[in-house]
Design a binder for this molecule. Sequence first.
Ligand SMILES: Nc1nc2c(ncn2[C@@H]2O[C@H](COP(=O)(O)OP(=O)(O)OP(=O)(O)O)[C@@H](O)[C@H]2O)c(=O)[nH]1
Ligand SMILES: [Mg+2]
Length: 315
Amino acid sequence: MEEKKGFFRRLVSGLTKTRDNIVSGIDAIFHGFSEIDDDFYEEIEEILIMGDIGVHATENILDSLKQKVKENHIKKPEECKEMLIESIKEQMQVQETAYRFEQEKSVVLIVGVNGVGKTTSVGKLAGKLKAQGKKVVLAAADTFRAAAGEQLQEWANRAGVDIIGGKEGSDPASVIFDAVSAAKARNADVLLCDTAGRLHNKKNLMEELRKINRILEKEYPDAYRETLVVLDATTGQNALVQAKQFAEVTDLTGIILTKMDGTAKGGIAVAIQSEMQIPVKYIGVGESIDDLQKFDPDQFVNALFDRKDEEEGEN
Ligand SMILES: Nc1nc2c(ncn2[C@@H]2O[C@H](COP(=O)(O)OP(=O)(O)OP(=O)(O)O)[C@@H](O)[C@H]2O)c(=O)[nH]1
Ligand SMILES: [Mg+2]
């Protein structure tokens, strides 16, 4: 009987293309250079930027690396690989409080442009919370796209949780209103709200989010608020642009980075946190219900460099 691959192994295999994109180049530099000089640093810089790690994070990583090399009196390029790995990890620290919403009565708003994986992530998150024994209610506030409600209904069935929806074309804010009433009446632990990725235009989309936020503030003031923007890792630097646009209309508290499986642009996980100062809280590595996990920077970098993770357990 074949045992299901652990999440770490799936992450390692999912990051194959990103690894080919970043790590093989870095290894070549470590072996190709005989001393640590400006050319050596420039080559590393180029690889990190080409690997979607972003200018901001790359600068920080190089500064930190140079300092470590100096402090430790390192002379040989191959000796500073561990230091580079450490410097990358430093860019992505998730605070202890990142998952407070799981412990409190909370409302989680999921936002993002169309097709990034919002509905799928709501479904997967519902499954995880339900497995922890939480009472979960879903709000199907994407009333714009035909069949969006049915898609979320399927996830609700899969996860075994309640769902509140509205008719196609109905007001998303009124679905949120109804869902809040249901969450209160049913004493839900977590209300998870799926939203539309596309309305008639971007202005409408942002206006709708403001309206939803007003309803939540007014009707559910005692619930702990979490707003997660879903970003598709395969879009690389574009994901960063999207995050910035959503940050203008709503207080983002975290990022869900999807489609990390099979993309060469996984380095974006580092870029986004460094640039936005918003933590990646979950990553998606596939389409099934257990393919969403909490983001662990150490685990991520270990998987990227294909090193053994200290704790290969699920998280
Ligand atoms: N490979 C892979 N596919 C994913 C992942 N997350 C979501 N998808 C797929 O991406 C596609 C779009 O996902 P949805 O959840 O419908 O995206 P959405 O953001 O809700 O889209 P709209 O409702 O149209 O705005 C689906 O085919 C999902 O199965 C992931 O982590 N990995
Ligand atoms: Mg959707």
